[in-house]
Write a protein that binds this ligand. Sequence first.
Ligand SMILES: Nc1ncnc2c1ncn2[C@@H]1O[C@H](COP(=O)(O)OP(=O)(O)OP(=O)(O)O)[C@@H](O)[C@H]1O
Length: 722
Amino acid sequence: MGDFVMTIEDDTEIIIPEEESSDVNNDPQSNVNTENDNINPEFTFFIDGFNNAIEHPWDFNAARAGLKPKILVTSRTIDEIIEKKRLDTKKTKIDKANGHNKNGNNKVITKSKHGDELSMSEENDDDFEKEYVGRKKKKEILKQNVVNEDNQTEDDDEKDSDEDDPFAFGGGVDYVIEDEEVSSETDNEYERERKKAYFADKSEIIQNQDLASAESFQTMNLSRPILKGLSHLGFIQPTPIQKQAIPIALMGKDICGGAITGSGKTIAFLVPIIERLLYRPRQTAEVRVLILAPTRELAIQCHSVASKLAAFTDITLCLCVGGLSLKKQETELRVRPDIVIATPGRLIDHIRNSISFSLENIEILIIDEADRMLEDGFADELNEIVKNCPKSRQTMLFSATMTDNIDELIRLSLNRPVKLMVDHIKATNTKLLQEFIRIREHQEKNREIILLILWLRASELHGNLSQEQRLEALEAFRDGKVDYLLATDLASRGLDIKGIETVINHNMPQSYDHYIHRVGRTARAGRNGRSVTLTGEEDRKLLKMVIKHSQKEQIKRRNIDTELIREYGEKLVDIKKKVVEVLKEEKEEKLIKQTEMELLKGQNLIKYKDEIVSRPARTWFQTEKEKKSSKNLSVEEYNEKFDVKKRRRDEDDEGEKKKVKRDKYAGFEMDLADATKKNAFTVVPKNKGVGKEKSKSRDVIKKKVKSGGVVKKKGKNVKRRK
Ligand SMILES: Nc1ncnc2c1ncn2[C@@H]1O[C@H](COP(=O)(O)OP(=O)(O)OP(=O)(O)O)[C@@H](O)[C@H]1O
């Protein structure tokens, strides 16, 4: 859960003078595209719809440019440890087969970073895999059946006669349940009246606005540079949320916008911002627009899309997120960029500590994933930011699970916001096929085995990685260099990576909202997608909610052959010893790295002592104690939901308290916070659908038992870095 709560502590950075020189060439003004003055009046738009959208509408360039200078430490990563073990195994095998000290022609000699010489056969690169998986299983994967209730296995039938059993889905049972989490559906008269008074009357606004003119971007009265930006991104027709939000936002109204995941909410708020900024006074530079996002990666993505959309304007942008160089951001903020895209913690750091930066001229405040930002974990930071913005600003909130709860919204002092809930409330995309694998209580220990059967090969994304590792993992995944991304909820919101075909939930998430965001990483922008969720007995209520909010044909049940579970369970036991060794080595390497970093920090403190001492100390709006407690709040809030879920299960069991005991080894033995352990989920990209791909089991085993920091590159004969 620490993933989401970025505070000043996460960003501790010793700013060394050398860094300054490299910043000079990164003036945000250099992004200004002078083409603006040179627009070709003859340019035309492509008109064949969605397919024109470019492959990667965002990139990591700005984030990479903002990375702190790399500190070279000599410790090995877990990838290197595993690679070495793999090579050692091969070496032993080859030595055994060939007799000692025979170096055949087809051997590659590599030298590890630590100087030990290793030999391996080019032809032998699959050995490790063969050893632990066995080729014949590659085909057996196809045995898994996706079934509906007509086709369940005997083992699974026992409880399914109960007509209130959500696992019995597919046969036409219509669940009508009271759902306290979908507020609008359960509002009482008083609540409805309150909302009527709080929100603007949309029909009145629409009456005054010719929404028919919003049918295409060209008829929206947008300026030429924006149309050109949209055209370059390959966007021709606005999506439903864009059709509604753009004209209303251009009127300066506050907006509470909700639309399903992957429906183009980012463009829905970026277009009106950029259009309005084109008419800003040019005499003085001011920071006029602030876009807030809950995670660094989402802010990076938003900044990248915004830069592309504004490429033919003179609008300047600055990315202010933790994990990237403070100094560089300070330099950029000094010239007052028009738009700042930020995560809350780093923004507050700048408000307090960057000379001449303030939010006093903010005209538009956008809060992306607003419901998440309104949660307790962000409460203090959000209050601090809103307090610093002028009251007269325009505020726009967006999320796929947007709340219309007035008590939550009231803190943002909105001005008669227009509620735009475009899709059926909390619906999932109809192009999403949702599969569920039932995990009975006695099978809880099999979750990892089942993942293993699903052939996962993964890189990782979670809060325990450095920002550089986080970017590398995402980039490798986006570019198809790795097949899967194993991620915590850090990746659950907003990330838009083309080609993600499947999302696998190792556990059903804590709430339906979390579920919507996770599975929403696939089936985006009109594409098909699939989610597979390992569903425990305690997840019945959530499963019912999913069914309730989905079309019948979106829901399927997937069964896993019990014989396969047994076999793969044995394989896991076989490699247990090796995994434990790797974990031990990794721990030692981490310690080495930490020590080296401390040493380096100490050296810099001595070297630049005068300058560091003469600088005013950085300040924060909370005391250490407050900071810690708001960080904990977020985790507590998350765990609370877990407890609720568990309680529900206990209630289902008629009060009988049953604790599912999980083998320590079978669980996630990683450094992440407990809440995160319970919520690892996995994203699977294009053409690597469940049951189709070849065996990559060792990676899954590696991930399963140790979720920290592995980026496994695809392909054979991965050469070791020197
Ligand atoms: N008008 C359009 N035409 C074609 N593609 C579009 C259009 N608008 C947005 N897209 C594409 O749709 C995809 C999803 O957009 P975006 O990331 O803004 O979704 P979102 O609604 O914010 O999703 P989430 O709720 O998951 O954050 C992106 O790849 C984007 O490039």
